[in-house]
Design a protein around this ligand. Structure first.
Ligand SMILES: [Mn+2]
Length: 248
């Protein structure tokens, strides 16, 4: 019995090999597990659940199959796919989680996040984040024609890439004090998140003692995902080629 955690796949139509990697992962690593948690930035871009691309249908069908076999599937929004909603989650047979989700992981109180809110030193991004996570702003956005949203998403992505190029490394990483704050607040001694694309295990000194922060990797030709069971949590490096040839 085990639970898997992945994030930052950044799936997009233009990268069919990445979709294959993920489908192979589902078929070969996720079969029979208790639960699969996808902690944000599943998709490179998301303009609304009403944009139904073939990629989205492929992914929804694969997750549905996993869910139907008895594995609980959970989705969380990231900073790219913050508009991904209940309608798509339902098409996947998945449950959409809030931005800070607390679980009992085989007896261990655990906090799940995408991780972008932990990067508090990036003031400019946090300003955008509070706007883009506001339900009223989201409703206003989703009320606009799909074509407008597709165009805006492209522009936003270009702007964000240009801005991030000039930012120091420390600003792009989590703020240690913020990690302690959310873990203390959630009374959790394990935090699992993605976003920074810096997979690692870190010790965190909490009010109650030493906790752990597990950071998931992003997906290219390889990734780093986490597997938890009653014995603890482990990070696994995984190469796309080890799962076999491309299916898409
Ligand atoms: Mn992210």
């Amino acid at each position: 019995m085990s639970t898997l955690f992945i994030s930052d796949l950044h799936l997009e139509t233009e990268k069919p090999e990445l979709t294959s990697f993920f489908l192979n992962f589902l078929a070969q690593k996720a079969q029979g597990v208790d639960a699969l948690y996808i902690l944000g930035d599943f998709f490179e871009v998301w303009v609304g659940d009403d944009e139904q691309l073939p990629l989205h249908e492929t992914i929804a069908a694969a997750l549905n199959k996993l869910a139907a076999s008895g594995t609980a599937v959970y989705l969380m929004n990231g900073n790219r796919d913050f508009l991904l909603g209940e309608a798509f989650a339902e098409r996947c047979g998945a449950t959409l989680l809030g931005e800070r989700h607390r679980i009992d992981l085989y007896g261990r109180p655990t906090l799940l996040m995408h991780g972008d809110s932990l990067c508090t030193r990036d003031a400019e991004y946090q300003k955008f984040r509070s706007m883009s996570r506001n339900p009223q702003w989201q409703a206003m956005m989703l009320g606009r024609p799909l074509k407008d949203r597709q165009l805006m998403a492209r522009q936003l992505r270009q702007m964000s890439m240009a801005k991030n190029q000039g930012k120091p490394e420390t600003i792009m990483d989590v703020t240690p004090e913020e990690v302690i704050r959310v873990m203390d607040e959630g009374a959790c001694d394990l935090l699992i998140h993605g976003h920074t694309h810096r997979p690692a295990r870190h010790e965190v000194t909490l009010t109650r003692g030493v906790g752990q922060r597990v950071v998931l990797g992003d997906w290219h030709r390889s990734t780093v995902y986490a597997e938890a069971n009653a014995g603890g949590i482990h990070l696994h490096a995984l190469d796309a080629t080890s799962l076999g040839p491309s299916k898409v």
